[in-house]
Design a protein around this ligand. Sequence first.
Ligand code: NAD
Length: 254
Amino acid sequence: MSRKVAIVTGGASGIGLATCRRFVAQGWNVVSADLSHAPGDGVASADNRSIDIRTDVTDEGDLRRLRDVAEGAFGRVDAVVTSAGTADNAPVRQTTPERFRRTLELNLVSTFAVVREFVDLLAADGGGSVVTIASVSGLRGSVDRASYSASKGGVIALTTQLAIELASEGIRVNCVAPGSTLTPLARRAQSPDMQRAILESIPMHRYADPNEIAEVVTFVAGPAAGFVTGQTWTVDGGQSMGAGWNLPKDRHDN
Ligand SMILES: NC(=O)c1ccc[n+]([C@@H]2O[C@H](COP(=O)([O-])OP(=O)(O)OC[C@H]3O[C@@H](n4cnc5c(N)ncnc54)[C@H](O)[C@@H]3O)[C@@H](O)[C@H]2O)c1
């Protein structure tokens, strides 16, 4: 039997990159779709086990091309992981409706569009699985995250909706909600004040390593979780058990 195939959006960095590596280590073939990959029709690894393809997940034409490249290269898709996303840390007054919309477009609308593009291929061999990536910010509130929290709460709701609708086709849909994870995104988006406040809010008092998230993503995606669907797997060192973080009133060193 041919190797299983996973599509990972946001596969060039952070949680997506760690997920691609974990899939390959477990014997899967992988298509990594990311805006930061080189333009062209896809770059295959030396052993032809993985392909990097430049994709803007907010562009429907790019998503069709991604599906065509994946199908042409491997002929099947068994799992789709939607890790492409962004953070948006800003107080309400700085979050214009246009900014709010952009965050929703990338984090939420593209998650739906990616799944929709691959539904037929996932169903073709009797089913497969989807793992969406939300955040503890989709589960409970904190400060300066109106658009981000709304987008990730939407991803969690979307996951249950898709899970129910697609179950009869053998497609499982689950969500992983990471807590604060040490990736380029976290380094970029969080001010020192915010990082201190976040650490205080994590009972295990450290950030997650991206590999710790990838381990859960690939487990939920794979056959060992064959009867699991519609669930949100929180991987956060206990962060979501508390009240979330706050910042001092004279905050904002960013
Ligand atoms: N790092 C954290 O603390 C954390 C916590 C919870 C949830 N998350 C979520 O995990 C996911 C991955 O985040 P990360 O921390 O690994 O970030 P990251 O910045 O390291 O990786 C995100 C990847 O998405 C890609 N990307 C961005 N826009 C894209 C687009 N339009 N089309 C295709 N690719 C695009 C980027 O090029 C990048 O490679 C995101 O959805 C993020 O919201 C991260």
